[in-house]
Write a protein that binds this ligand. Structure first.
Ligand code: FA5
Length: 334
Protein backbone atom coordinates (compact mmCIF):
# COMPACT_ATOMS: atom_id res chain seq x y z
CA UNK A 1 0.00 0.00 0.00
CA UNK A 2 2.90 2.40 0.70
CA UNK A 3 3.94 2.69 -3.01
CA UNK A 4 0.28 3.41 -3.85
CA UNK A 5 0.26 6.29 -1.37
CA UNK A 6 3.46 7.72 -2.89
CA UNK A 7 1.90 7.56 -6.37
CA UNK A 8 -1.30 9.15 -5.13
CA UNK A 9 0.59 12.08 -3.56
CA UNK A 10 2.60 12.61 -6.77
CA UNK A 11 -0.52 12.52 -8.97
CA UNK A 12 -2.53 14.80 -6.73
CA UNK A 13 0.19 17.46 -6.54
CA UNK A 14 0.93 17.24 -10.27
CA UNK A 15 -2.70 17.65 -11.15
CA UNK A 16 -3.09 20.64 -8.83
CA UNK A 17 -0.36 22.43 -10.77
CA UNK A 18 -2.55 22.32 -13.92
CA UNK A 19 -5.47 24.03 -12.18
CA UNK A 20 -5.75 27.70 -13.32
CA UNK A 21 -9.33 28.80 -12.69
CA UNK A 22 -11.89 28.57 -9.89
CA UNK A 23 -14.11 26.04 -11.73
CA UNK A 24 -11.21 23.61 -12.20
CA UNK A 25 -10.21 24.10 -8.56
CA UNK A 26 -13.70 23.13 -7.42
CA UNK A 27 -13.66 20.04 -9.66
CA UNK A 28 -10.27 19.13 -8.15
CA UNK A 29 -11.64 19.51 -4.63
CA UNK A 30 -14.54 17.16 -5.39
CA UNK A 31 -12.25 14.62 -7.07
CA UNK A 32 -9.56 14.53 -4.40
CA UNK A 33 -10.95 15.90 -1.15
CA UNK A 34 -14.72 15.35 -1.49
CA UNK A 35 -16.74 12.74 0.47
CA UNK A 36 -16.41 10.32 -2.44
CA UNK A 37 -12.95 11.57 -3.38
CA UNK A 38 -9.74 9.62 -3.77
CA UNK A 39 -8.39 10.56 -0.35
CA UNK A 40 -11.50 9.23 1.30
CA UNK A 41 -11.15 6.04 -0.73
CA UNK A 42 -7.57 5.59 0.44
CA UNK A 43 -8.64 6.07 4.07
CA UNK A 44 -11.31 3.43 3.64
CA UNK A 45 -8.73 1.07 2.15
CA UNK A 46 -6.69 1.47 5.35
CA UNK A 47 -9.18 -0.80 7.07
CA UNK A 48 -8.11 -3.83 5.07
CA UNK A 49 -4.37 -3.29 5.68
CA UNK A 50 -2.88 -6.13 7.81
CA UNK A 51 -2.62 -5.15 11.43
CA UNK A 52 1.17 -5.12 11.63
CA UNK A 53 1.46 -2.69 8.68
CA UNK A 54 -1.20 -0.33 9.99
CA UNK A 55 1.06 2.06 12.00
CA UNK A 56 3.43 2.70 9.07
CA UNK A 57 0.70 2.97 6.44
CA UNK A 58 -1.45 5.14 8.76
CA UNK A 59 1.47 7.49 9.36
CA UNK A 60 2.18 7.79 5.65
CA UNK A 61 -1.53 8.23 4.93
CA UNK A 62 -1.62 11.26 7.28
CA UNK A 63 1.45 12.78 5.60
CA UNK A 64 -0.12 12.44 2.13
CA UNK A 65 -3.43 13.89 3.38
CA UNK A 66 -1.72 16.97 4.89
CA UNK A 67 0.42 17.47 1.78
CA UNK A 68 -2.61 17.47 -0.54
CA UNK A 69 -4.76 19.60 1.77
CA UNK A 70 -1.92 22.10 2.30
CA UNK A 71 -1.26 22.42 -1.42
CA UNK A 72 -4.98 22.84 -2.07
CA UNK A 73 -5.26 25.64 0.53
CA UNK A 74 -2.32 27.45 -1.08
CA UNK A 75 -3.84 27.07 -4.56
CA UNK A 76 -7.11 28.59 -3.32
CA UNK A 77 -5.26 31.81 -2.56
CA UNK A 78 -3.59 32.11 -5.96
CA UNK A 79 -6.26 30.88 -8.36
CA UNK A 80 -8.44 33.93 -9.15
CA UNK A 81 -11.27 34.45 -11.57
CA UNK A 82 -10.13 35.73 -14.94
CA UNK A 83 -12.14 38.56 -16.49
CA UNK A 84 -14.67 37.36 -19.00
CA UNK A 85 -15.71 39.34 -22.07
CA UNK A 86 -13.60 40.55 -24.96
CA UNK A 87 -9.85 40.52 -24.50
CA UNK A 88 -8.10 43.87 -24.02
CA UNK A 89 -6.09 45.02 -27.02
CA UNK A 90 -3.09 46.62 -25.39
CA UNK A 91 -1.91 48.06 -28.72
CA UNK A 92 -5.02 50.29 -29.04
CA UNK A 93 -4.15 54.00 -28.77
CA UNK A 94 -5.36 55.43 -25.43
CA UNK A 95 -7.58 58.42 -24.72
CA UNK A 96 -5.83 61.78 -24.20
CA UNK A 97 -6.27 62.91 -20.59
CA UNK A 98 -6.92 66.67 -20.48
CA UNK A 99 -4.42 68.51 -18.31
CA UNK A 100 -5.80 71.12 -15.95
CA UNK A 101 -4.41 74.66 -16.03
CA UNK A 102 -4.87 77.95 -14.25
CA UNK A 103 -7.59 80.24 -15.60
CA UNK A 104 -6.14 83.21 -17.48
CA UNK A 105 -7.51 85.54 -14.76
CA UNK A 106 -5.87 83.50 -11.98
CA UNK A 107 -2.64 83.61 -13.96
CA UNK A 108 -2.92 87.40 -14.35
CA UNK A 109 -3.63 87.81 -10.60
CA UNK A 110 -0.59 85.69 -9.70
CA UNK A 111 1.58 87.76 -12.03
CA UNK A 112 0.29 91.07 -10.62
CA UNK A 113 0.94 89.94 -7.03
CA UNK A 114 4.39 88.81 -8.09
CA UNK A 115 5.31 92.17 -9.69
CA UNK A 116 3.81 94.26 -6.86
CA UNK A 117 5.46 91.98 -4.31
CA UNK A 118 8.85 92.69 -5.86
CA UNK A 119 8.01 96.41 -5.68
CA UNK A 120 7.46 96.08 -1.92
CA UNK A 121 3.65 95.83 -1.66
CA UNK A 122 2.39 93.36 0.96
CA UNK A 123 -0.89 91.57 0.25
CA UNK A 124 -3.93 92.72 2.29
CA UNK A 125 -7.49 91.41 2.22
CA UNK A 126 -11.08 92.45 2.94
CA UNK A 127 -14.61 91.02 2.69
CA UNK A 128 -16.73 91.04 -0.48
CA UNK A 129 -19.83 91.76 1.60
CA UNK A 130 -19.26 95.23 2.99
CA UNK A 131 -20.92 97.85 5.14
CA UNK A 132 -21.59 101.38 3.95
CA UNK A 133 -18.85 102.83 6.15
CA UNK A 134 -16.05 100.96 4.37
CA UNK A 135 -17.53 101.16 0.87
CA UNK A 136 -18.59 104.82 1.05
CA UNK A 137 -18.36 107.05 4.13
CA UNK A 138 -14.77 106.37 5.09
CA UNK A 139 -13.88 106.88 1.43
CA UNK A 140 -15.31 110.41 1.56
CA UNK A 141 -18.49 109.42 -0.31
CA UNK A 142 -21.24 111.13 1.78
CA UNK A 143 -24.78 109.79 2.33
CA UNK A 144 -26.15 112.11 -0.35
CA UNK A 145 -23.73 111.01 -3.11
CA UNK A 146 -25.53 109.75 -6.26
CA UNK A 147 -23.21 106.70 -6.54
CA UNK A 148 -24.85 105.30 -3.38
CA UNK A 149 -28.22 104.76 -5.03
CA UNK A 150 -29.75 101.30 -5.48
CA UNK A 151 -29.33 101.50 -9.26
CA UNK A 152 -25.52 101.55 -8.89
CA UNK A 153 -25.08 98.94 -6.17
CA UNK A 154 -26.09 95.42 -5.16
CA UNK A 155 -27.58 96.01 -1.71
CA UNK A 156 -28.76 93.10 0.39
CA UNK A 157 -32.47 92.82 1.17
CA UNK A 158 -34.15 91.56 4.35
CA UNK A 159 -33.23 92.86 7.78
CA UNK A 160 -29.99 94.42 6.57
CA UNK A 161 -31.70 96.12 3.60
CA UNK A 162 -29.75 99.19 2.54
CA UNK A 163 -26.93 98.54 5.04
CA UNK A 164 -24.79 95.77 3.55
CA UNK A 165 -23.79 95.55 -0.09
CA UNK A 166 -21.47 93.61 -2.37
CA UNK A 167 -18.45 95.91 -2.48
CA UNK A 168 -18.20 98.00 -5.64
CA UNK A 169 -14.45 98.57 -5.36
CA UNK A 170 -11.39 97.20 -3.58
CA UNK A 171 -10.74 100.69 -2.17
CA UNK A 172 -12.60 99.32 0.89
CA UNK A 173 -9.36 97.47 1.72
CA UNK A 174 -7.49 100.80 1.95
CA UNK A 175 -9.75 101.62 4.90
CA UNK A 176 -9.44 98.17 6.48
CA UNK A 177 -5.63 98.21 6.14
CA UNK A 178 -5.34 101.67 7.75
CA UNK A 179 -7.72 100.63 10.55
CA UNK A 180 -5.55 97.57 11.20
CA UNK A 181 -2.07 99.14 11.15
CA UNK A 182 -0.39 102.50 11.60
CA UNK A 183 1.61 104.06 8.72
CA UNK A 184 4.00 103.68 7.00
CA UNK A 185 2.03 101.20 4.91
CA UNK A 186 2.56 99.64 1.51
CA UNK A 187 -0.16 97.16 0.60
CA UNK A 188 -1.99 95.73 -2.38
CA UNK A 189 -5.36 93.98 -2.36
CA UNK A 190 -6.94 91.79 -5.00
CA UNK A 191 -10.53 90.66 -5.16
CA UNK A 192 -13.96 90.55 -6.71
CA UNK A 193 -16.18 93.60 -6.93
CA UNK A 194 -19.80 93.89 -8.11
CA UNK A 195 -21.73 96.52 -10.04
CA UNK A 196 -25.07 96.40 -11.87
CA UNK A 197 -23.39 97.26 -15.20
CA UNK A 198 -24.79 95.94 -18.48
CA UNK A 199 -22.52 93.32 -20.06
CA UNK A 200 -20.60 94.39 -23.16
CA UNK A 201 -17.08 93.90 -24.58
CA UNK A 202 -15.42 95.78 -21.68
CA UNK A 203 -18.00 95.62 -18.84
CA UNK A 204 -19.25 92.84 -16.60
CA UNK A 205 -21.38 92.88 -13.44
CA UNK A 206 -18.72 91.01 -11.43
CA UNK A 207 -15.07 91.72 -12.04
CA UNK A 208 -11.75 91.91 -10.20
CA UNK A 209 -9.70 94.86 -9.06
CA UNK A 210 -6.21 95.28 -7.71
CA UNK A 211 -5.76 98.08 -5.22
CA UNK A 212 -2.46 99.65 -4.21
CA UNK A 213 -1.88 101.93 -1.23
CA UNK A 214 1.34 103.58 -0.12
CA UNK A 215 1.34 105.83 2.94
CA UNK A 216 4.49 107.44 4.28
CA UNK A 217 5.99 110.85 4.93
CA UNK A 218 6.49 113.04 1.81
CA UNK A 219 4.85 110.74 -0.74
CA UNK A 220 4.14 112.68 -3.94
CA UNK A 221 2.38 112.37 -7.30
CA UNK A 222 5.80 111.64 -8.82
CA UNK A 223 6.03 108.50 -6.68
CA UNK A 224 2.58 107.47 -7.92
CA UNK A 225 3.38 107.96 -11.59
CA UNK A 226 6.78 106.29 -11.42
CA UNK A 227 5.22 103.31 -9.56
CA UNK A 228 2.56 102.89 -12.28
CA UNK A 229 5.09 103.19 -15.11
CA UNK A 230 7.38 100.70 -13.36
CA UNK A 231 4.45 98.31 -12.85
CA UNK A 232 3.29 98.61 -16.48
CA UNK A 233 6.76 97.94 -17.87
CA UNK A 234 7.45 95.03 -15.51
CA UNK A 235 4.07 93.49 -16.26
CA UNK A 236 3.50 94.25 -19.96
CA UNK A 237 7.04 94.78 -21.20
CA UNK A 238 9.19 97.79 -22.04
CA UNK A 239 6.94 98.81 -24.95
CA UNK A 240 3.95 99.36 -22.62
CA UNK A 241 2.22 102.68 -23.32
CA UNK A 242 0.32 104.35 -20.50
CA UNK A 243 -1.05 107.81 -19.85
CA UNK A 244 -2.51 109.59 -16.82
CA UNK A 245 -5.61 111.71 -17.43
CA UNK A 246 -6.91 114.18 -14.84
CA UNK A 247 -10.06 112.77 -13.24
CA UNK A 248 -12.08 112.77 -10.05
CA UNK A 249 -12.54 110.30 -7.19
CA UNK A 250 -13.97 111.37 -3.81
CA UNK A 251 -11.15 109.56 -1.96
CA UNK A 252 -8.17 111.00 -3.84
CA UNK A 253 -7.04 114.57 -4.50
CA UNK A 254 -5.69 115.13 -7.10
CA UNK A 255 -7.08 112.15 -9.03
CA UNK A 256 -6.18 110.61 -12.38
CA UNK A 257 -7.31 107.91 -14.74
CA UNK A 258 -4.71 105.39 -15.92
CA UNK A 259 -5.13 104.47 -19.59
CA UNK A 260 -3.29 101.86 -21.62
CA UNK A 261 -3.26 101.34 -25.36
CA UNK A 262 -4.88 98.01 -26.19
CA UNK A 263 -6.41 96.02 -29.02
CA UNK A 264 -10.19 95.75 -28.94
CA UNK A 265 -12.59 94.03 -31.33
CA UNK A 266 -15.09 96.31 -33.10
CA UNK A 267 -17.67 94.35 -35.11
CA UNK A 268 -15.17 91.52 -35.44
CA UNK A 269 -12.36 93.87 -36.55
CA UNK A 270 -9.41 94.52 -34.21
CA UNK A 271 -8.45 98.12 -33.54
CA UNK A 272 -6.06 99.89 -31.12
CA UNK A 273 -7.59 102.15 -28.53
CA UNK A 274 -6.75 103.79 -25.21
CA UNK A 275 -8.55 101.71 -22.59
CA UNK A 276 -9.08 102.85 -19.03
CA UNK A 277 -7.35 100.39 -16.68
CA UNK A 278 -8.16 102.16 -13.46
CA UNK A 279 -8.07 105.19 -11.26
CA UNK A 280 -5.45 106.63 -8.96
CA UNK A 281 -4.47 109.69 -6.98
CA UNK A 282 -3.18 111.10 -3.73
CA UNK A 283 -5.10 109.93 -0.66
CA UNK A 284 -7.63 112.62 0.31
CA UNK A 285 -7.04 114.10 3.81
CA UNK A 286 -10.65 113.26 4.70
CA UNK A 287 -9.88 109.55 4.22
CA UNK A 288 -6.91 109.83 6.60
CA UNK A 289 -9.12 111.58 9.15
CA UNK A 290 -11.79 108.84 8.89
CA UNK A 291 -9.24 106.22 10.01
CA UNK A 292 -7.41 108.39 12.54
CA UNK A 293 -4.25 109.07 10.54
CA UNK A 294 -2.88 112.61 10.82
CA UNK A 295 -2.92 114.18 7.30
CA UNK A 296 -0.41 116.81 8.45
CA UNK A 297 2.16 114.10 9.07
CA UNK A 298 1.29 111.46 6.48
CA UNK A 299 0.73 111.52 2.74
CA UNK A 300 -0.03 108.67 0.37
CA UNK A 301 -1.11 107.51 -3.03
CA UNK A 302 -3.61 104.87 -4.07
CA UNK A 303 -4.58 103.16 -7.29
CA UNK A 304 -7.24 100.67 -8.33
CA UNK A 305 -7.12 98.76 -11.63
CA UNK A 306 -9.61 96.47 -13.32
CA UNK A 307 -7.89 93.07 -13.61
CA UNK A 308 -10.01 91.85 -16.54
CA UNK A 309 -8.89 94.90 -18.53
CA UNK A 310 -5.28 94.21 -17.55
CA UNK A 311 -5.59 90.56 -18.67
CA UNK A 312 -7.24 91.62 -21.92
CA UNK A 313 -4.39 94.05 -22.59
CA UNK A 314 -1.73 91.48 -21.81
CA UNK A 315 -3.22 88.53 -23.70
CA UNK A 316 -4.91 90.38 -26.59
CA UNK A 317 -8.43 89.36 -25.55
CA UNK A 318 -11.03 91.47 -27.35
CA UNK A 319 -14.11 90.73 -25.26
CA UNK A 320 -14.41 90.53 -21.45
CA UNK A 321 -17.31 88.03 -21.73
CA UNK A 322 -14.89 85.36 -23.00
CA UNK A 323 -13.30 85.35 -19.55
CA UNK A 324 -16.52 84.13 -17.91
CA UNK A 325 -17.98 81.78 -20.51
CA UNK A 326 -15.64 78.95 -19.55
CA UNK A 327 -15.25 77.66 -23.07
CA UNK A 328 -12.33 75.24 -22.75
CA UNK A 329 -11.24 75.95 -26.35
CA UNK A 330 -10.69 79.59 -25.39
CA UNK A 331 -9.14 78.92 -21.96
CA UNK A 332 -6.68 76.32 -23.29
CA UNK A 333 -4.84 79.04 -25.23
CA UNK A 334 -3.26 80.61 -22.15
C1 FA5 B 1 -12.60 102.69 -8.89
O1 FA5 B 1 -13.23 101.66 -8.67
C2 FA5 B 1 -11.69 103.28 -7.88
N1 FA5 B 1 -11.85 102.58 -6.63
C3 FA5 B 1 -10.25 103.22 -8.37
C4 FA5 B 1 -9.32 104.01 -7.53
C5 FA5 B 1 -8.60 103.41 -6.53
C6 FA5 B 1 -9.15 105.40 -7.74
C7 FA5 B 1 -7.72 104.12 -5.73
C8 FA5 B 1 -8.27 106.14 -6.97
C9 FA5 B 1 -7.57 105.50 -5.97
P1 FA5 B 1 -13.46 102.91 -11.33
O2 FA5 B 1 -14.88 102.90 -11.01
O3 FA5 B 1 -13.02 103.79 -12.44
O4 FA5 B 1 -12.57 103.30 -10.09
O5 FA5 B 1 -13.02 101.42 -11.64
C10 FA5 B 1 -11.67 101.05 -11.77
C11 FA5 B 1 -11.46 100.13 -12.96
O6 FA5 B 1 -12.25 98.97 -12.84
C12 FA5 B 1 -11.91 100.72 -14.28
O7 FA5 B 1 -10.95 101.58 -14.78
C13 FA5 B 1 -12.02 99.48 -15.10
O8 FA5 B 1 -10.75 99.01 -15.52
C14 FA5 B 1 -12.57 98.51 -14.13
N2 FA5 B 1 -14.00 98.41 -14.30
C15 FA5 B 1 -14.94 99.27 -13.89
N3 FA5 B 1 -16.17 98.81 -14.17
C16 FA5 B 1 -16.00 97.63 -14.78
C17 FA5 B 1 -16.88 96.65 -15.32
N4 FA5 B 1 -18.20 96.77 -15.27
N5 FA5 B 1 -16.35 95.52 -15.87
C18 FA5 B 1 -15.02 95.38 -15.92
N6 FA5 B 1 -14.14 96.24 -15.43
C19 FA5 B 1 -14.61 97.37 -14.87
Amino acid sequence: MLPDLDAMERDALAELRTVVDPAALEAYRVRWLGTNGRLRGALDALKSVPKEQKPAVGKRMNEVKSAIEGAFAAAKLTVVALPTGPAVDVTEPGFAVGEGARHVLTKTIDEIVDVLGRMGFAVADGPELEDEWHNFNALNIPDTHPARGPADNFFLGGEVAGKLLLRTQTSTVQIRAMEAAKPPLKICAIGRVYRPDAHDATHYSMFHQVEGLFVDRHVSMVDLKSTLVQFAKAFFGEEAEIRLRPSFFPFTEPSAELDMKMRVMRNGVPEWRWIELGGCGMVDPNVFKAVGVDPEEWTGFAFGLGIERVAMRKYGIGDIRLLFENDARFLRQF
